[in-house]
Design a protein around this ligand. Structure first.
Ligand SMILES: Nc1ncnc2c1ncn2[C@@H]1O[C@H](COP(=O)(O)OP(=O)(O)OP(=O)(O)O)[C@@H](O)[C@H]1O
Length: 348
């Protein structure tokens, strides 16, 4: 059984200054660069950003599921304990009952030779060896029921289910252990929109009924608007804006968030709006703000110095020079970045 959070207002997980560097032949790629965030009990944090911005790496870094040799530094405080540097077998024991995870591609995670029943038996016995077969069945059917899978299918094999059903089984397998923190990485990619809506509803129910803290990694801003309390926007391995999801969507404070939202709306209305330029190199990032080569609001200082993180009202923060405190930008540095300077910077 998961450990109850002793104080509901204290975060279930606090990530501080997390850095994840992948070794590449050209040097380290800073896939997650000094990320801090908190998730409280019963809260769902959506993590959004373009492909390659470091979303999955952040989720895997929190759970200690990175390839051998990956550089990991900073803190992941889970109920007061730092998971960074914890021995692998201790982390493995926590995965499941404390730290749940759901990935896409359910077929690669379910064993085709085992019935659904056996999957539940294996999962539950591993963490609760004293449970009887009857208790396991009861818990499993309850978790399956919550995901809309009838008890009549308990003895079937994975190949007898559709992709959406298999994903629900994966979610049920995560839920049955009642994790305190659940990280769901693109859980609905490759599913049709109806199944997607069911799964999102399920995740929303989960936090309401069991107080699980959820991190939902997705490309889909519509899902975040529907299912998340808070949203963190990632760009080039950093969280550039974070806050209440409604407030961020209604009134984005970072130019990147604004552009990301505009490109999503454009997709829905079939207009053409893409963010010009390409995401930054994580090996040789541009100087200053990582977004400055693509930013329509860039000022001179943006090409020279990384922006400070400013805390706005209501647990909201943004890393953008436009929000610097009065007097924070040296004279003349707030002039618009010339176009020529923009293109030079983006070639750098
Ligand atoms: N094992 C690895 N070795 C080297 N680089 C990697 C490795 N895994 C990921 N990367 C790089 O790290 C960066 C972040 O990748 P990550 O998968 O975390 O991004 P993402 O935002 O989740 O992208 P997507 O939305 O496409 O899943 C990318 O530039 C990616 O190429």
């Amino acid at each position: 059984m998961s450990t109850p959070n002793p104080r509901p207002d204290t975060p279930v997980v606090s990530v501080r200054d997390l850095r994840v560097y992948y070794g590449t032949p050209k040097g380290p790629a800073r896939a997650v660069d000094r990320v801090s965030l908190d998730i409280r009990a019963g809260e769902t944090l959506g993590v959004v950003g373009e492909s390659g911005s470091g979303k999955s790496t952040l989720g895997r870094g929190i759970l200690g599921l990175l390839p051998e040799g990956t550089g990991l530094a900073g803190e992941v405080l889970y109920q007061g304990q730092n998971l960074v540097g914890l021995p692998k077998d201790e982390l493995r024991k926590m995965r499941g009952p404390e730290l749940g995870l759901i990935f896409q591609e359910p077929m690669t995670r379910l064993n085709p030779l085992l019935r659904i029943q056996e999957h539940f038996e294996e999962t539950l016995r591993q963490h609760h060896p004293k449970l009887t077969k009857d208790e396991i069945r009861k818990r499993a059917l309850n978790a399956l029921g919550r995901t809309g899978i009838p008890p009549t299918r308990y003895k079937q094999y994975p190949h007898e289910f559709s992709g959406g059903m298999r994903q629900r089984i994966m979610i049920a397998l995560a839920l049955v252990l009642e994790p305190t923190l659940l990280i769901a990485d693109e859980p609905t990619t490759a599913l049709d929109v109806i199944v997607e809506a069911q799964i999102i509803r399920l995740l929303a129910d989960l936090k309401r009924t069991s107080g699980t803290a959820v991190m939902l990694i997705t490309h889909n801003l519509g899902i975040v608007a529907e299912a998340c309390d808070r949203v963190a926007v990632m760009y080039g391995g950093k969280i550039v804006e974070e806050g209440n999801a409604r407030q961020v969507f209604a009134d984005p404070q970072h130019p990147y968030t604004r552009e990301l939202l505009a490109s999503t709306i454009a997709l829905e209305t079939r207009e053409l709006h893409t963010i010009p330029g390409v995401p930054p190199s994580l090996i040789t990032p541009p100087p200053g703000c990582l977004f400055h080569p693509r930013c329509p609001d860039a000022m001179k200082i943006c090409a020279a110095l990384a922006p400070p993180e400013e805390h706005l009202e209501g647990r909201r923060r943004v890393q953008c020079w436009r929000h610097a405190a009065p007097g924070g930008i040296p004279a003349g540095q707030d002039a618009p970045l010339e176009r020529e300077e923009i293109s030079v910077a983006s070639e750098a």
